[in-house]
Design a protein around this ligand. Structure first.
Ligand SMILES: [Cu+2]
Length: 135
C-alpha cells in the first residue's frame, strides 16, 4: 500500500457498506423447512450481490423467489439477489427469502440463529435472526 493510501485509510476508515436489518425467521420443526427474511441496506454507491448464505441450522440453504403463474403460486431457487447502490432490498414473505431446508433442530418462537451472508463486494457478514410468527 502506498503511503498516501495508508494515510487516507487511517483518516477515513471504510464504514460498513452493507447493513442487515430486521432479520427474522419462521418457527418450524426438525426435518422441515422454513424461511429467513431481512433487509439489505446498501450504503455504498455501487450495487452488491448476495450469492450465498450459510447456516448450521439446516442441511441446505438456498436463495428463493416467489412467483405466480396464472393462479398458481410457487417458489424457485435463484443464484443471487442484487441490492442497488444507495438503496435497500427487502426479503419478505411472498417475495424473496432464504430457504432453510431439512432443519437440524426445531426452531421455536424466540429462538435465535446465526447466518453468514456472502456478498461479492462486502464479503462475509454475520447476522443473528430471531424466530417469530409473521404479523
Ligand atoms: Cu422458498
Amino acid at each position: 500500500m502506498n503511503v498516501l493510501l495508508a494515510i487516507l485509510f487511517v483518516l477515513f476508515p471504510p464504514e460498513d457498506k452493507i447493513n442487515i436489518k430486521d432479520a427474522w425467521m419462521r418457527p418450524s420443526s426438525e426435518k422441515m423447512a422454513t424461511a429467513l427474511y431481512f433487509v439489505i441496506e446498501n450504503k455504498s454507491e455501487t450495487a452488491d450481490t448476495l450469492f450465498q448464505v450459510d447456516s448450521d441450522l439446516a442441511e441446505r440453504v438456498e436463495i428463493h423467489e416467489t412467483y405466480s403463474e396464472g393462479e398458481m403460486m410457487g417458489m424457485r431457487k435463484v443464484d443471487f439477489v442484487v441490492s442497488g447502490g444507495k438503496s435497500s432490498f427487502e426479503l419478505k414473505p411472498g417475495s424473496y427469502h432464504i430457504m432453510l431446508m431439512k432443519l437440524k433442530k426445531d426452531i421455536k418462537d424466540g429462538d435465535e440463529g446465526e447466518f453468514i451472508l456472502h456478498f461479492k463486494q462486502a464479503g462475509e457478514i454475520k447476522i443473528t435472526a430471531v424466530a417469530k410468527m409473521p404479523k
